[in-house]
Design a protein around this ligand. Sequence first.
Ligand SMILES: C/C=C/C(=O)SCCNC(=O)CCNC(=O)[C@H](O)C(C)(C)COP(=O)(O)OP(=O)(O)OC[C@H]1O[C@@H](n2cnc3c(N)ncnc32)[C@H](O)[C@@H]1OP(=O)(O)O
Ligand SMILES: NC(=O)C1=CN([C@@H]2O[C@H](COP(=O)(O)OP(=O)(O)OC[C@H]3O[C@@H](n4cnc5c(N)ncnc54)[C@H](OP(=O)(O)O)[C@@H]3O)[C@@H](O)[C@H]2O)C=CC1
Length: 428
Amino acid sequence: MALDTETGIAPYDAPEKDLYEVGELPPLGYVPKKMYAWAIRRERHGEPDQAMQLEVVDVPKLDSHEVLVLVMAAGVNYNGVWAGLGIPISPFDVHKAEFHIAGSDASGVVWAVGDKVTRWKVGDEVVIHCNQDDGEDEHCNGGDPMHSNSQRIWGYETPDGSFAQFTNVQSQQLMPRPKHLTWEESACYTLTLATAYRMLFGHHPHEIKPGQNVLVWGASGGLGSYAIQLATAAGANAIGVISDEDKRDFVMGLGAKGVLNRKDFNCWGQLPTVNTPEYNDWFKEVRKFGKAIWDITGKGVNVDMVFEHPGESTMPVSTFVVKKGGMVVICAGTTGYNLTMDARYVWMHQKRIQGSHFAHLKQASAANQLMVEGRLDPCMSEVFPWDEIPAAHVKMRKNEHKPGNMSVLVQAPTTGLRTVEEVLAAGK
Ligand SMILES: C/C=C/C(=O)SCCNC(=O)CCNC(=O)[C@H](O)C(C)(C)COP(=O)(O)OP(=O)(O)OC[C@H]1O[C@@H](n2cnc3c(N)ncnc32)[C@H](O)[C@@H]1OP(=O)(O)O
Ligand SMILES: NC(=O)C1=CN([C@@H]2O[C@H](COP(=O)(O)OP(=O)(O)OC[C@H]3O[C@@H](n4cnc5c(N)ncnc54)[C@H](OP(=O)(O)O)[C@@H]3O)[C@@H](O)[C@H]2O)C=CC1
């Protein structure tokens, strides 16, 4: 039987060159020697606009199970900020490469495949999830690949992310692109959506269930905007937290049952020493916060789950307000890593504290399917041109970004395009 080599992309003329300008397409499947990339180097660690500089580098070489993707658009995530700063770790200490191309989200076109790849072919339109592993140990074969020692995040713990014209990924990282979305919309969601999916549905028996209540920190942010939508889709009640009244309507529009403004309360930061006057003040304030949740859930009804990521500033509150036998699920410590809590509430009320990190393919794929079916809004907040990739990260670093998820254009020359043909036409 003949292999399926139909690309679905109309033939077009383009010269074969060693380097293409950003926005210029090579012939389909032709791999140039060089590419443009925003590269971080160890000596440049610092704020994003210092760390990320435009360079011409070699196009990555493919291994047998890998796929080279021409990047149409990429997503902006916090791990690009962390990679640039070199905090809490320098990515160079992990992958040992000379330079680091950040970017852990992308939409694009399969441009070349390794000789063992069977699921994808040149011309396929894809989005990329950011989990890599070696696929060899028991966790990857019957267990949870996220528990494998070989588990790593593409574009953070690997040097070859999506802020470049091409990126090489493991074939298992690819998923079909929602064709109803533009290149930039489809680039903005996978990392935060799949992470939120695993947090809400990946930790048995505490998967969020219809009718349950979940408190979502940073509800207008990347993770939060999907947590609200996923919880709502599952029939649960999401209570979102914001810091600015401008974000209230956005979060309610995603389906939240209620929204709290954290600026109305004063119980943030590490837990004061128990039974001191400071603790007593903190306790009054945290009860006020808990009461505000009851105003939404019903008197005395504590939340079944807390969706945590700010970390140090909110963990004492999260562990207090979650119900007996409930779960605080945490994937980050944006405000600090030194988590504190009143242990009495954790053991006496038998609360579960669960770490969560990205997602495996099955979880990422289930989340992607909801996007393909149009059941979730990608919540793309803003699109930046290629030249402004560092500036987009500066905005995120300062918490000045708009609600939702940011995207950047790479080979797509302008916004609003959905096909390769439209990219070719716009490029002319
Ligand atoms: C999808 C997107 C996700 C995100 O964006 S997440 C946000 C960005 N990511 C982050 O901020 C995470 C960054 N990563 C880290 O900060 C580090 O990744 C960790 C702190 C999580 C782990 O650090 P490490 O240095 O990799 O830990 P060790 O290698 O496991 O241990 C350090 C040393 O301690 C020894 N050790 C480990 N366990 C034990 C034990 N049980 N008893 C005695 N020693 C132990 C090891 O061997 C090693 O030692 P030796 O440095 O000499 O090799
Ligand atoms: N382990 C994993 O797999 C993953 C981890 N992450 C990590 O999760 C974190 C959040 O990512 P993401 O959602 O994309 O980021 P965003 O910046 O989009 O959203 C974070 C939200 O947190 C809120 N926030 C900021 N400061 C505080 C504070 N002091 N107290 C409470 N809330 C605060 C903000 O909302 P407001 O000011 O309105 O409250 C902001 O919108 C990052 O550290 C990122 O690295 C992200 C994805 C995957």
